[in-house]
Design a protein around this ligand. Sequence first.
Ligand code: PNS
Length: 167
Amino acid sequence: MDDKNQMTAVYPGSFDPPTLGHIDIIKRATAIFPKVIVAVLKNPGKKTTFTSEERLSMLRSAAGQEKNVEIDSFEGLLVDYVQKKNARVIIRGLRVISDFEYEFQMALMNRKLYPHIETIYLMPHEKYSYVSSSLVKEVAQLGGEVGCLVPPSVEAHLKLLFRKSKP
Ligand code: PNS
């Protein structure tokens, strides 16, 4: 593993769908790391609103043009994927204190599995601290305006999805 690869950071998540909070974290990560891989969890056992192809496509539209960003998907253990990519940093976003417990557990479990991989937390802009994929979906489903909380490609997907589901 050379120094350049060691400075690759993997930003994993469900991104179901990506929000402007996620995009904010991607931009912050690219300001620090020479390469950022946004890794979409592709878990056949986990029910998601959007398919992994849709989540990848929404991320590519919203962040694929960022310098040094690669959009990819992974299955299985995150730490195995990080190893495969010759990276040693995992990026996660921390919005509010209630995120902390889950994040702390995951970071320590990942450290137990691969002690040389570090998890680094970035805080999105405070205007996104209340934004989550699940709330965005709920609001969109009930006809609320989410255009200021998600990238345009995601807004379009949400409109299509919830228009389809209306009787
Ligand atoms: O956006 P999310 O749903 O909070 O992301 C969670 C994610 C994808 C980072 C986590 O579920 C994960 O890493 N899954 C892969 C399986 C794995 O490695 N599990 C052990 C984590 S300690």
